[in-house]
Design a protein around this ligand. Structure first.
Ligand SMILES: Nc1ncnc2c1ncn2[C@@H]1O[C@H](COP(=O)(O)OP(=O)(O)O)[C@@H](O)[C@H]1O
Ligand code: SF4
Ligand SMILES: [Mg+2]
Length: 337
């Protein structure tokens, strides 16, 4: 059988929500993910960045099979996600979430927490479970002598190590990390990032790595996609994208990190005060109310993805560089990271 190249393939994925805004209020229709297509090759780290509420966690939850898509397709290792049962999914793809405290059962010991994915499989011998759990705890830097402790007795960093051990104990090939360091003290963030990078090398993992923090994604990802109001507005190889951002939103995000004087307050990067509202997506280019260079057609015509020879893609009528309208690269195709 031919081994598949792509760990994850997503085609034209949408996820909508209907939310009641108040007890007697009208319900709001939210488009959290709006036509996302991408491929993640095995062995790579695919970063997703974007502001709060742009749909990153919704996308993560759909990829993990925790939420059904409204429409579109998700393939994991070339298999339809919807055809995989819970056990098959768990041994292929696992999550690491932002807040290790709320994702770990406070009443269970660390050993039991990490063992749960193994016990849920139902066919692993008890002695094997203990051996595999202890091995994984040591691998993530938690001494086995701590295995009887409960999550409240650990620091934030140690709890995230336990969450990582739990994600890896079934030896999945793919891990979806949704803001895995965002709840941690700055001093601990680098340790956890380094651990994730080391585990990826040792175990040959594929990561989808989600963060609102560009510096974090730049550090770990081979490829980066920038998300705005439910769409991937730009994607490409990390070095290339950071060196030559093409989309005005990516440029504004980068400018906001590069502001040299933190004491000067919130930098003016041209994004204005309007915030993006997924229940009221602007016509034309959804970024046009905040875009510095918008012209009249941006208000009526939605830009389609355009593809660069280097594997990058951008959705902007005015993006500089040489682009083609046909997909030769990341979206719906292959991306060499
Ligand atoms: N379960 C849900 N029910 C209703 N709305 C949701 C749900 N999950 C997310 N949303 C909405 O979808 C949008 C995207 O949210 P989310 O995916 O969490 O964004 P991000 O992770 O980028 O901050 C937000 O407007 C959020 O309120
Ligand atoms: S399509 Fe127009 S509004 Fe949208 S990002 Fe490009 S220039 Fe700005
Ligand atoms: Mg989120």
């Amino acid at each position: 059988m031919k081994a598949s190249v792509n760990a994850i393939t997503i085609r034209d994925l949408r996820r909508e929500f209907d939310v009641k805004s108040s007890l007697f209020g009208k319900s709001k229709h939210i488009t959290a993910v709006d036509g996302v297509s991408l491929s993640v090759p095995f062995g790579s780290v695919f970063g997703i960045v974007g502001g709060s509420g742009c749909g990153k966690s919704t996308l993560a939850r759909v990829i993990l099979g925790l939420l059904r898509p409204t429409s579109g397709e998700v393939l994991i290792d070339d298999m339809q996600l919807s055809d995989l049962d819970r056990r098959a999914r768990a041994s292929l793809i696992q999550p690491v979430f932002q807040d290790p405290y709320s994702s770990l059962n406070p009443r269970q010991s660390i050993r039991n927490i990490v063992a749960l994915p193994l016990t849920s499989q139902g066919n692993v011998a008890a002695s094997d479970i203990i051996r595999r759990v202890d091995e994984m705890l040591e691998r993530v830097g938690i001494a086995v002598s701590m295995a009887h402790r409960r999550p409240a007795e650990l620091s934030g960093g140690q709890r995230q190590r336990v969450a990582i051990a739990r994600a890896l104990v079934l030896r999945p090939r793919i891990v979806v990390c949704d803001e895995p360091t965002s709840a941690l003290d700055v001093s601990v963030q680098a340790q956890i990032l380094n651990l994730l990078a080391e585990l990826r090398r040792e175990l040959g993992l594929t990561y989808v790595f989600i963060s609102h923090n560009l510096a974090v994604v730049q550090h770990i990802a081979d490829c980066v996609a920038v998300m705005y109001l439910g769409r991937l507005v730009e994607a490409g190889e990390t070095e290339q994208l950071f060196a030559e951002p093409r989309h005005p939103y990516t440029q504004a995000l980068l400018a906001s990190v590069l502001t040299p004087e933190p004491g000067l307050g919130v930098p003016d990067v041209g994004l204005g005060n309007t915030s993006a509202d997924p229940s009221n997506i602007p016509a034309g280019c959804r970024f046009h109310p905040r875009c510095r260079i918008a012209e009249s057609r941006c208000r009526v015509e939605q830009p389609q993805p355009r593809f660069g020879a280097n594997g990058g893609t951008v959705e902007c009528h005015l993006a500089s560089g040489t682009w083609s309208e046909s997909s030769n690269a990341m979206i719906g195709g292959k991306l060499v990271c």
